[in-house]
Design a protein around this ligand. Structure first.
Ligand code: ZN
Length: 107
């Protein structure tokens, strides 16, 4: 299984593809597919027939999973899309850190 460098709740920036430059929060990570669902990114338009849930039918917008290789975490401190470094805290906890400013990304 590919190691995923992003986690649910991370704010990420899209670095390639049609949504390049967009930022959003990760709603869900799908490690088995190496993909994640990001708020407002890779939106698909779906046409729905009327159903119990959606009596009018119509068009809904939904995020589709995107490869995590296209995503870079955005550091909350320096506000830039950054490479992730790894660090071990004094209590042995492994955390991800911003390679630019050293801010701990796992809180
Ligand atoms: Zn930073």
């Amino acid at each position: 299984m590919a190691k995923v460098h992003v986690k649910k709740g991370d704010v990420v920036k899209v670095i390639s593809g049609k949504d390049k430059g967009k930022k959003g929060k990760i709603i869900k990570v799908i490690p088995a597919e190496g993909k994640a669902i990001v708020e407002g990114v890779n939106m698909a338009t779906m046409h729905r027939r009327p159903s119990a849930k959606l009596p009018q039918g119509g068009i809904i917008h939904k995020e589709l999973p995107i490869y995590t290789s296209k995503l870079m975490p955005v550091c909350s401190k320096c506000q830039s899309a950054t490479r992730v470094g790894h660090s071990v805290l004094s209590d042995g906890t492994k955390v991800r850190v911003c390679k630019k400013c050293g801010e701990v990304l796992d809180k």
